[in-house]
Write a protein that binds this ligand. Structure first.
Ligand code: NDP
Length: 454
């Protein structure tokens, strides 16, 4: 049976675009359907604009620090509207590039909402398309029902579209988005209060990073409310009210809902294929990215595994290679580095100390906690923390955790060493590059503890 396309991809985000272009490069006839802007969350309303706002916040730090380095700068003021105009121009430029890349790869872009209409069929408005293979790459969106009344609260999408900043903001949640924006907004002069239900932010991260992330937020002036998820959120005219479990009321002109994201599967018609979503609304896939329906696949945030752009891209390319390339292949997700772009940022690759101990590993823990040269010179308070977790039996380095300036850049490089199976002895014989902060990773000689103590 012939179809209109060899592959139809639902979603032109990072993963969908990567899969489409790779499949087309293998000679497949490909269409990608997008109901919003080409580029998806990362490019249009996530990683890219967030990082550009982080840079804006970092300039604030730089201006402050410059005085200690001999600069006389006068009064400086941040104008969100100027940043917003520049951000709009930049995301438009990137979207244009994405569109050109699709066109240049001979991938047909179909604009509109896709609805699966039974096996091998997808409807976009009036148009019915038949596909030999169907890839779901529809991403995720902010959860809006985590707390009664939170549904109308701004999310990170809305925050990134602001043209002026509020004087005060309440942020609910303590994951990636909550911490990044708490840190950024505080640097830009907003009085931030962070409400979260755990004792520390960033559940799932290494405890030593979590304690230091909390301390870094506090040092930036963020008011922390651990163990305090609002029971209810209410809109009152031009302000928001958060009610905590003790019926105390907290009033803010702006509240950011940062309580997680949920796969975009509603209304997609996946039930017509017999696909049963999991409890989070995600599309279950096997390691080959196949769903339970023949010829239907899913990648990226819609599968709710590692909700990270590079994972979606790697999955998209692996799937396209498997379907249309010379040989099938799977993505190795055993070591995925990730970063939280707060200021200073944190980054991590490999399991936490607690997870490794729970898995029965005997660990040598190497740590460095110091004030970097750049801060010491101006008597700044910002510190840098580094941690290596080493298997006490094999000497293999199992994880790297860091909070400090340039952590994402440094940990990304060390991820290569870990995926190559580097041992601590290999770190030790590497000559340091001086003066850098990263050199500490090859200068750690004495374990600070052996865990579990034996
Ligand atoms: P996260 O899953 O990281 O965090 C969600 C937060 O919301 C947690 O603190 C969670 O608390 C809290 N929460 C959930 N439900 C409730 C509730 N009912 N009441 C109170 N608190 C609640 O989600 P994000 O939205 O921050 O980010 C989504 C995903 O996007 C991330 O998992 C990440 O993969 C990706 N991302 C990556 C970035 C990067 O790479 N730098 C940046 C931004 C996002 P608790 O921990 O107690 O469950």
């Amino acid at each position: 049976m012939t179809h209109d396309f060899d592959l139809v991809v639902i979603g032109a985000g990072s993963g969908g675009v990567a899969a489409s272009r790779r499949a087309a490069a293998h000679g497949a006839k490909v269409a990608v359907i997008e109901g919003s802007r080409v580029g998806g969350t990362c490019v249009i309303r996530g990683c890219v604009p967030k990082k550009l706002l982080m840079y804006a916040a970092q300039y604030g730090d730089g201006l402050h620090e410059a005085a200690g380095y001999g600069w006389d700068l006068g009064e400086a003021r941040f104008q969100m509207s100027r940043w917003a105009d520049a951000k709009t121009a930049e995301t438009q430029r990137l979207e244009h590039i994405y569109r050109q890349l699709l066109a240049g790869s001979k991938v047909e872009l179909i604009e509109g909402h896709a609805k699966v209409d039974g096996p091998n069929r997808v409807r976009v408005g009036e148009r019915l398309i038949s596909a030999k293979h169907l890839l779901i790459a529809s991403g995720a969106a902010a959860v809006r029902d985590s707390i009664p009344g939170i549904e109308d609260c701004p999310t990170s999408d809305d925050l990134l579209d602001l043209r002026s900043l509020p004087a005060k903001a309440g942020i609910v949640g303590s994951g990636f988005i909550a911490l990044e924006f708490a840190s950024i907004l505080a640097r830009l002069g907003v009085k931030v209060s962070l409400f979260y239900r755990a004792h520390l932010p960033l559940r799932g991260f290494d405890e030593d990073l979590r304690t230091r992330a909390a301390a870094a937020l506090q040092a930036a002036g963020v008011k922390l409310h651990p163990g305090m998820a609002p029971r209810q959120v209410q809109r009152g005219g031009d302000h928001w009210l958060l009610f905590d479990a003790d019926e105390r009321m907290h009033e803010f002109p702006f509240v950011l809902n940062a309580t997680g994201r949920r796969p975009n599967t509603q209304g997609l018609g996946l039930d017509t294929l017999g696909i049963v979503l999991d409890d989070a609304g995600a599309v279950p896939v096997n390691t080959k990215l196949h769903t339970s329906a023949a010829g239907v696949y899913a990648i990226g945030d819609v599968t709710n595994k590692w909700n990270l752009t590079p994972v979606a891209i790697a999955e998209g390319r692996a799937l396209a290679d498997s379907l249309f390339g010379p040989a099938p292949r799977e993505v190795d997700l055993s070591l995925v580095a990730s970063a939280v772009f707060m200021l200073p940022p944190l980054a991590t690759v490999g399991p936490t100390e607690a997870d490794l101990i729970a898995a029965g590993r005997k660990l040598k823990v190497f740590e460095a906690d110091f004030r970097p040269m750049r801060q010491a010179f101006i008597d700044g308070a910002e510190r840098c923390y580094m941690k290596l977790l080493v298997d006490a039996d094999t000497d293999k380095v199992l994880a790297v955790h860091m909070l400090g300036a340039d952590a994402p850049e440094i940990v990304q490089s060390l991820a290569v060493a870990l995926s190559a199976g580097a041992t601590k002895a290999m770190f030790d014989r590497t000559i340091a590059m001086h003066p850098t902060a990263a050199e500490e990773f090859v200068l750690m000689r004495e374990a600070t503890r052996i865990n579990p103590a034996g």
